[in-house]
Design a binder for this molecule. Structure first.
Ligand code: SF4
Ligand code: SF4
Length: 296
């Protein structure tokens, strides 16, 4: 169990398996706390893209460390976990009369100028960020969400019309993202343990991933709760898995004609598992692998 599960989970649930952690009103039960969170959201949500596009900031270790200590962070999960997470998010938004929306990845926009709709935001933070007026920002990256102009979306929300992403749509998207070879993270954007978004990433774009190394703070992207293990008896040595691993954890040795997964490098994304044509890979709980059990 990771330290976030110890702090924010319970006996039966990891931190991201607990419904309360998706609910703004449970994390901030008092009105004064909610107001404070709103103000903090206003201060930090808007800065994400312009700060990440500014080399001064992305190299500023102290800034990144302070940010992490204020509750920014994420953890890698498998597709199966991500599907369960989307169900919890859907349940939470129904209870809080909020919405789930698909949005573009800010990291890809900043680094490549590409709008790739591979993130899902949900809950009160999404609704409130619209109410706070982000459509007015000069930053074009935040002027729309899910292909809909913020202004229009806010206007509709004020009229009581909601433009939600349905659970079945979210599940279909997660499936597509897995096929594309994107790994999944569940994240908090400064209000840990409040879970506010899921992202589907690639190492070359993900600023959270880069921040893990720039800042030396692993909480930017914690390793997942599972580690991949290959069964040499069923492995066909076809190469599908090592093409999918973005973390250099899978190696083929021509000398021994064996596929090996380095448990110390495995992030637990499960992409190799879903690519294997012969079910030769199993995702094993991290605590069962002595070499990796304390690596997060
Ligand atoms: S070996 Fe690579 S692809 Fe497989 S779970 Fe680990 S990090 Fe993901
Ligand atoms: S994808 Fe499966 S069968 Fe192919 S090399 Fe990897 S573990 Fe072996």
């Amino acid at each position: 169990m990771c330290h976030w599960c110890q702090q924010h989970g319970d006996r039966d649930n990891r931190w991201y398996e607990k419904l309360d952690n998706y609910m703004f009103t449970r994390i901030f039960p008092e009105e004064t706390e909610r107001e404070k969170a709103k103000a903090q959201m206003k201060a930090t949500f808007s800065e994400t893209e312009w700060r990440y596009s500014d080399p001064e900031f992305i190299r500023n270790k102290r800034f990144l460390q302070d940010r992490a200590s204020s509750g920014f962070g994420s953890q890698i999960v498998t597709k199966e976990e991500m599907l369960r997470i989307s169900r919890l998010a859907d349940e939470a938004v129904k209870r809080e009369d909020s919405i789930m929306v698909v949005g573009h990845c800010p990291c890809r926009l900043v680094l490549e100028g590409v709008r790739d709709y591979v993130c899902i935001g949900f809950g009160m933070p999404v609704t409130m960020s619209m109410e706070l007026g982000y459509g007015r920002l000069p930053n074009e990256g935040l002027t729309e969400y899910g292909g809909i102009e913020w202004r229009e979306l806010r206007r509709d929300l004020r009229k009581g019309v909601k433009v939600p992403l349905k659970l079945e749509e979210a599940e279909g998207l997660i499936d597509e993202w897995e096929k594309r070879g994107l790994w999944h993270i569940v994240m908090s954007r400064g209000r840990l343990p409040l879970i506010e978004a899921i992202c589907n990433c690639e190492k070359r774009y993900c600023t959270y991933w880069m921040n893990r190394f720039r800042s030396g703070v692993p909480e930017y992207v914690l390793k997942g709760h599972f580690v991949a293990r290959v069964d040499p008896l069923t492995c066909l040595k076809c190469g599908s898995c090592w093409d999918r691993c973005q973390f250099g954890a899978i190696h083929y040795s021509a000398t021994s004609d064996n596929v090996d997964i380095d448990a110390t490098l495995c992030m637990g994304c499960g992409l190799c598992d879903s690519a294997c044509p012969n079910e030769a890979i199993a995702m094993v709980p991290r605590e069962e692998i002595p070499l990796a059990q304390n690596l997060w």
